[in-house]
Design a binder for this molecule. Structure first.
Ligand SMILES: [Zn+2]
Length: 86
């Protein structure tokens, strides 16, 4: 695991209507809410996921790509629940 190639495009698939749309992810944050362009539903991450890209995208958000689920991303609950202490 030496090369860290981060993918910034993720295809979000709406679980309601099935529309897939490729979105470009921000580098240092992720999206907690996403408005589906197909049916207009507001998607939120599944439990345990920090953002909609991790739940519905083909690629998880950049912080998670680099550091896994313990990434210090935009969701406070994510950081709090993954602290193991060391
Ligand atoms: Zn939809």
């Amino acid at each position: 695991m030496s090369d860290r190639v981060v993918v910034f495009e993720s295809a979000l698939r709406c679980p309601v209507c099935g529309v897939v749309k490729v979105e470009t992810m921000p580098t240092d944050a992720c999206w907690y809410f996403y408005d589906c362009s197909g049916c207009g539903v507001v998607l939120k991450p599944k439990p345990g996921d920090c953002c909609v890209f991790c739940s519905y995208g083909t690629v998880p958000c950049p912080p998670v790509q680099l550091d896994g689920k313990a990434a210090d991303c935009c969701a406070p609950s994510c950081a709090n629940s993954t602290q193991s202490g060391s």
